[in-house]
Design a protein around this ligand. Structure first.
Ligand SMILES: Nc1nc2c(ncn2[C@@H]2O[C@H](COP(=O)(O)OP(=O)(O)OP(=O)(O)O)[C@@H](O)[C@H]2O)c(=O)[nH]1
Ligand SMILES: [Zn+2]
Length: 350
């Protein structure tokens, strides 16, 4: 089985078709709850007893995380399927947005996870597909993909430069855009080279896609202003490289980010919202940025960020970060709390 099968599996999850994953034991069948329906569930699980795979973060909200460390929100938890857990109940188990409207009654019982490697891989695939990390688990009906392929799939080694052109932008008329393509992912990462190399390490910014902030001018985050401030800083300092990474919502995708926003509307902060959905607080893989810099021939950089994790991963991937340059913008009344959470709970430095 190959990367092609992983791509097909991701497509299947979005379309509501079952997939199968092979770990060290027999292949396991999985049907994503979000995109399934009652009819598909019957076809997948005629006996009506397939357990439900959730992530620990979600299970903790359902008071089910007794078997695992609650500190790992994206590790797998298996829930016993009793006769009263029908399709609608499973949807409510999967989606925390419904908790307020339909409080979960339970009791739900966690059972041992027989193939933790397979279940963990399924949760990774759900995140990559941008669907809720929740599955019915049953017999494999499809050709199985192997765990090795899933690991390979996130490897940025397949990335290559696909096109480059001059692109004058607001803040820098002397810019060039470089598009990267990987056979593994539909979203194309982009670099904006601001100014001309001058012999000094470029000022680099890793900017993760934020449709709401970058395009719609959302006031809930600081992405839009940060993007423009970064270009101005690069122009001011001589030259720089802005890496626009297609990692919407810190890697959980637009739809799941908007679900996190809905939870924030209910009072949870950005960290707890991700966890309650069953995702890691930050699901991004910054190794792709190191690969892009390598392809651009720039492995000594100054990094514009408040996020120590970006510095750590770049350093570990062979990029020499000679300086971390802080980036701070004045808060507004809508993003004040978000910025404070980043400082207090995710180790952002200012
Ligand atoms: N899941 C989730 N993602 C969010 C939320 N708010 C913003 N984002 C995403 O967070 C990412 C923005 O992070 P960045 O500004 O690149 O990075 P950072 O970790 O804040 O680090 P800095 O370099 O210091 O800015 C984008 O992908 C946004 O879509 C949120 O509440 N939930
Ligand atoms: Zn944003």
């Amino acid at each position: 089985m190959s990367a092609r099968d992983v791509a097909r599996a991701i497509d299947s999850l979005r379309r509501g078709w079952p997939i199968a994953i092979q770990g060290s034991g027999a292949p396991v069948g999985l049907l994503a709850i979000e995109t399934a329906d009652a009819g598909r569930l019957v076809a997948f699980d005629p006996g009506g007893d397939s357990p439900i795979l959730l992530s620990a973060g979600r299970a903790a909200t359902l008071k089910l995380a007794n078997q695992i460390e609650a500190a790992i929100p994206d590790s797998p938890v298996l829930v016993e399927r009793t006769f009263w857990i029908d399709f609608d109940c499973a949807v409510a188990l999967a989606d925390p947005q419904l908790d307020m409207a339909t409080p979960m009654k339970g009791p739900f019982r966690a059972i041992p996870v027989p193939d933790p490697d397979v279940m963990t891989a399924a949760l990774v695939l759900a995140r990559t597909a941008g669907v809720l990390p929740a599955f019915f688990v049953g017999a494999a009906t499809e050709p199985a993909i192997t765990i090795v392929d899933i690991d390979d799939f996130e490897d940025p080694i397949h990335l290559a430069i696909a096109a480059r052109a001059k692109l004058p932008v607001e803040g820098s008329e002397r810019s060039e855009i470089v598009a990267f393509r990987s056979p593994d992912s539909p979203g194309e990462h982009v670099a904006l080279i601001v100014g001309q190399p001058d012999g000094n390490p470029p000022l680099v910014r890793l900017h993760s896609e934020c449709l709401t902030g970058d395009v719609l001018g959302s006031l809930k985050c600081d992405c839009g202003p940060q993007l423009h401030a970064a270009i101005h800083a690069m122009e001011g300092t001589g030259w720089g490289i802005l890496l626009y990474l297609r990692q919407e919502g810190r890697g959980i995708g637009l739809v799941n980010k908007l679900r996190a926003y809905a939870l924030q509307d209910q009072g949870f902060d950005t960290v707890d919202a991700n966890t309650r959905l069953g995702f890691a607080v930050d699901a991004r893989d910054f190794r792709v940025a190191a690969r892009m810099l390598d392809l651009l021939g720039q492995t000594r950089i100054r990094l514009l960020t408040n996020n120590p994790e970006k510095v750590r991963v770049l350093q570990a991937t062979g990029i020499d970060v000679v300086e971390r340059v802080p980036i701070a913008l004045p808060p507004n009344r809508f993003n004040e709390k978000y910025l404070a959470t980043k400082r207090d709970r995710t180790g952002h430095q200012l």
